[in-house]
Design a protein. Sequence first.
Length: 309
Amino acid sequence: MSLKGRDIISIRDLKKDEVELILDSAEKMESYARGEKVLKLMEGKILGTLFFEPSTRTRLSFTAAMQRLGGQVMGFSGTSVTSIAKGENLTDTIRTVERYCDIIVIRHPLEGSARLAAEVSSKPVINAGDGANQHPTQTLLDLYTIKKVKGRIKGLNIALLGDLKYARTMRSLACALAMFDADLTLISPRGLEMTSDILSEIENNYGKKPFQTNDIDAGLRKADVIYICRIQKERFEDKYEAEKMQKAFRITPEVLSQCKDEVAILHPLPKVTEIDPRVDEMKCAKYFDQTFYGVPVRMALLALISGVM
Ligand code: CP
């Protein structure tokens, strides 16, 4: 099994044993990711980070990952200072950047853009989020976090809560959790349910039928892990409607008092108002640990794609 030279555009591009290889490799990267030991595995290699949409965690954790591996990073965040502002198209941008670097990471607002970039580029392309479609490296670090926090994924009751229609992290994660034999509870405001293509995929490929509800209290009681995301306001025409939904789907200490004692709360971040700030101080809040795990997971992925691990 080898990931050398592979594009990572969707979590569907990876088989279960390949995901396990990445997670096991990430474990080996942890002390390097914390800066306790030094690695030169990717000395002389350059990562190109092309962020057409805002990002804090994904871009900076890829940067930290490449630097912790001894490599270098170039790229942009926002297009106003690039030739895209002069009208250059995506394919010409990719054909140019691939000549400057060894691996490309791309975030773009259009679904399918990362796939297009991979078709154009002779260098491996990693999708860091394409519109409402996929965010596969977030899914990998989410799986890794659940394993770290709970010791396993199989058999856990995992509640995905929030905007299940537009949040790409939820779509990628639902499929991956089904692959790892978790029991899924899907909780969303009316109108933001998981789309039927993902539900069919989960049922047809993994024989899983998630419990679906619009009732936050009913959905959370049995959960071992609550994975919440914000309502994707930027994908709504009516921003007021988005804010109203967000208020109704909020995690507070009062909501958590009905949950299992050992429940863990994860969130891909950024969070806005969907988690009461008092929850940040509770032992169940694991979302800042989750942001750290992005570094060893992305180190493992970069090293495996480069063939140096
Ligand atoms: N989780 C995530 O994708 O965060 P950023 O948008 O900050 O990269």
